[in-house]
Design a protein around this ligand. Structure first.
Ligand code: ARG
Length: 462
């Protein structure tokens, strides 16, 4: 029989029960639901709303339910509408009348708002931990590849030489921002909705600061209508995860390119690649492709939530039950992707000779050649034109700037001397870019230190 049977003349249609039910996915919140109820029961006794003895009986009963669920000796009842109803009904079954007092001064709207915040706070820390795992892998690879020259690209055309370390460290910056966005989201999420009641609080003399402290929140939510109907934190979390996935997706795209025969910059470990059922020669970067593909799911969750929330009048409406699956899926997907992506990069083999070869011979040092003339006193625009002529000459002769004889250089401009070859060597191009943020060893060294300091501080967040 339904909790609300008194008001109704008929049983709910079976289809409606199934349609309404959320236990198949909100069972995942059992721990938070029970912890929240324990804090609530304690507070009710502290405020003299229920007897201390009854409160203790409730708390003991709730602990028993938690233990049994974790041990697998108590199964979720698919006929319960949601996790909140399930816990309450098992409690009443087990301890009798005292169990019926737990819901005093509280509503399920309260409970669901509380449970998801508690759960997402934990999930944020778990995602952040995996962001750090990936950062550690990247910073280690960056350290090993500080002198490995590779082409830097714009428009996917070879542009200027960088190093593999510099390239990896760019992703470290993105991931550190992702971490920061998750922390911001955590901070705003860390306010207690419990005590909002169904929407307008309660006439019982509850003390929300007690549950706030017991459950580890920073503050009590200031407005009860907002308390039960706010899902900004769900949207913010999916937004932070979408940006994170966008970064992983860009990185995946590069891994896929780098693993192609055309690039061959990277070789994935056999354990982190897959074969083809028909083409025996194939070794496919499936993980990177799946990460790129799964990015769409996470964006989907974000759009789901934005759309669900956009037309909802205050306060709680059942539409909001749709929040959980979207966030759970986004969180699970991001965690899965971060974990396997980090292992894939860690076990991959870098091919410095292929990167070096791709960087040479393609006029990637043309800017440096112009800069050489500028350093000898020529205005940049004139130097730019001269190097343009040299590139055309090289193309005509089928050679490149490194191999073009000095007399050819001097036919175009007599400013050129023997030292041009050193100035345009890829090593010089990279090592002279010592500016903050650049690819030189000094500069990437500083970036590596920055990431390491970040990781050290982040380990204190857990
Ligand atoms: N299962 C509901 C949800 O996930 C819990 C809150 C239900 N409240 C209500 N008044 N129907 O949102």
């Amino acid at each position: 029989m339904k909790l609300w049977a008194g008001r109704f003349q008929k049983e709910t249609d079976k289809k409606v029960d199934d349609f309404n039910s959320s236990i198949s996915f909100d069972a995942r919140l059992y721990r938070e639901d029970i912890e929240g109820s324990i804090a609530h029961a304690g507070m009710l006794a502290d405020c003299g709303i229920i007897d201390r003895a009854e409160s203790e009986k409730i708390i003991e009963g709730l602990r028993g339910i938690l233990a049994d669920l974790e041990a697998g000796t108590l199964a979720f009842d698919a006929d319960s509408e949601d996790i909140h109803m399930f816990v309450e009904s098992v409690l009443t079954e087990r301890i009798g009348d005292a169990g019926k007092r737990l819901h005093t001064a509280r509503s399920r709207n309260d409970q669901v708002a509380l449970d998801i915040r508690m759960n997402f706070k934990k999930e944020i820390r778990a995602v952040q931990k995996l962001v750090c795992k990936l950062l550690s892998v990247l910073v280690k690879k960056a350290e090993e590849n500080q002198r490995v020259i590779m082409p830097g690209y714009t428009h996917l055309q070879r542009a200027q030489p960088v190093t593999f370390a510099h390239h990896l460290l760019a992703y470290c910056q993105m991931l550190m921002r992702d971490y920061g966005r998750l922390s911001d989201c955590y901070r705003r999420m860390n306010e207690l909705p419990l005590g909002s009641g169904a929407l307008a609080t309660t006439t019982y003399p509850i003390d929300r600061t007690i549950t706030c402290k017991a459950l580890g929140f920073d503050a009590v939510m200031a407005n009860s209508l907002d308390g039960v109907s706010d899902r900004d934190h769900c949207i913010e979390l999916c937004s932070a995860l979408s940006i994170l996935m966008m970064h992983l997706s860009r990185f995946s795209e590069e891994v896929i390119l780098w693993c192609s025969s055309e690039f061959q910059f990277l070789e994935l470990d056999d354990a982190f690649s897959t074969g083809s059922s028909i083409m025996p020669q194939k070794k496919n970067p499936d993980i990177a492709e799946l990460v790129r593909g799964k990015t769409g799911r996470v964006y989907g969750s974000l759009v789901t939530l934005l759309t669900v929330m956009k037309g909802i009048p205050l306060a709680y409406n059942k539409d909001m039950q749709e929040d959980k699956e979207a966030v759970f899926d986004a969180v699970d997907t991001a965690k899965l992707c971060l974990d396997v992506f980090a292992d894939m990069i860690e076990t991959a083999t870098v091919r410095p000779e292929k990167m070096r070869a791709a960087a040479s011979g393609g006029f990637i040092n043309a800017t440096d050649c112009a800069d050489y003339l500028v350093k000898k006193g020529m205005p940049f625009r004139d130097a730019y034109k001269i190097v343009g002529k040299l590139v055309a000459l090289c193309l005509e002769l089928g050679t490149d700037l490194e191999r073009l004889p000095l007399e050819k250089y001097r036919e175009v401009s007599d400013v050129f001397a023997e030292d041009v070859y050193r100035a345009i060597s890829l090593e010089t191009c990279v090592s002279e870019r010592k500016v903050l943020g650049g690819p030189s060893v000094e500069s990437t060294g500083a970036q590596i230190e920055m990431v390491k300091a970040f990781l050290k501080e982040a380990s204190g967040d857990e």
